[in-house]
Design a protein around this ligand. Structure first.
Ligand code: ZN
Length: 324
């Protein structure tokens, strides 16, 4: 199946059952598949999945397939879901939480297996790059998202709080060589237009570029030894975070934010006493709370929800402006 070339970007667009079976046959033989989904409010209760972008590694650019999840229904997409659910094919994602949530709620409870999340790999690599928990570098990443004066006032309450990076930021930070075009295309496409058909060419390029960025980042992380043996288990815990209970609402500020939820990277095999953080609705052990908060019966907040709560108060007071 020929790949379509637009500017510097090459991809195959697939919106029929026939072309889908050819794509599935191509991908099935690959032990690694890059995955990224696009949609309107992707993964959220009122949202919708638009494209499933897949790529397979090649020596230069990945082979990229953009699958139309509006034109093709759940049963037609099944050959692709079989690959996503296969334990034998490694899926490489960058913050796969909303991708997994959309596939789960919008398409008959598809559950990704064998996942490597490069956003987590980046956060783990910070320690390997000399940025330990509680170090100045770790705390510096938190502002301006969190108010610097607040972090400086109670630094010990932020030692476990990690700022999530974006895909482009991560690509730049690791010095991954990609074309300027791949990095500048981001942000040019309005996310509200994802469910419109036909999709504009800019949307397809945008989606294909994300696969290119993920592919190059994955190569770099493999070379650097950042894909370790625990990453698979941690990635599954991360991407499945919001697939229990009712689907997240667009206004859920304690789930939709730019901080890493607690206890994703930690070893959770030991049996420990946990308490509920009613804001993020997770059961968490004592290390995730301040001493005061752990001992409270009401208004308990984990360290991440505490930080987000302060950010919301500051935003409402108009004293702190930044995106998301
Ligand atoms: Zn919480």
């Amino acid at each position: 199946m020929p790949q379509k070339r637009v500017n510097n970007t090459t991809f195959t667009f697939c919106d029929t059952a026939q072309s889908l079976s050819a794509v599935a046959a191509n991908i099935r033989g690959s032990s690694t598949v890059f995955l990224d989904c696009e949609g309107h409010d992707l993964g959220l209760a009122a949202g919708g999945l638009s494209l499933i972008s897949l790529g397979t590694p090649t020596p230069n650019q990945p082979r990229t397939y953009l699958i139309d999840a509006v034109a093709l229904g759940t049963s037609e997409l099944r050959p692709i879901f079989d690959i996503l659910e296969s334990p034998n094919v490694q899926k490489v994602v960058f913050d796969g939480r909303m991708d997994q949530t959309a596939l789960f709620y919008d398409h008959g409870r598809v559950r990704l297996q064998n996942v490597v999340d490069l956003q987590l790999a980046d956060i783990k690599s910070r320690v390997l790059r000399g940025e330990n928990e509680g170090s100045l570098e770790q705390l510096m990443r938190l502002s301006p998202y969190l108010l610097q004066s607040e972090v400086e006032k109670n630094p010990q309450l932020y030692y476990k709080v990690q700022k999530l990076p974006g895909l482009e930021q991560t690509v730049r930070e690791h010095g991954v060589a990609v074309g300027a075009e791949e990095l500048t295309i981001k942000g040019r496409f309005k996310h509200t237009s994802w469910l419109r058909r036909p999709l504009p060419q800019t949307a397809l390029i945008y989606a294909a570029n994300d696969i290119t960025l993920i592919a190059h980042l994955w190569e770099e992380f493999v070379d650097q030894g950042y894909i370790d043996g625990k990453l698979g288990e941690q990635s599954l815990r991360y991407v499945r975070l919001w697939t229990t209970g009712p689907q997240i609402n667009v206004n859920h500020r304690y789930k939709l934010h730019a901080l890493l939820p607690l206890e994703i990277l930690e070893d959770t095999s030991a049996v420990e006493r946990t308490k509920l953080c009613p804001l993020c609705e997770r059961l968490l052990p004592q290390r995730c709370f301040s001493i005061t908060s752990w001992n409270k019966d009401v208004n308990r907040k984990c360290l991440v929800c505490r930080a987000i709560g302060i950010r919301i108060i500051k935003q409402n007071a108009g004293g702190h402006r930044s995106a998301k």
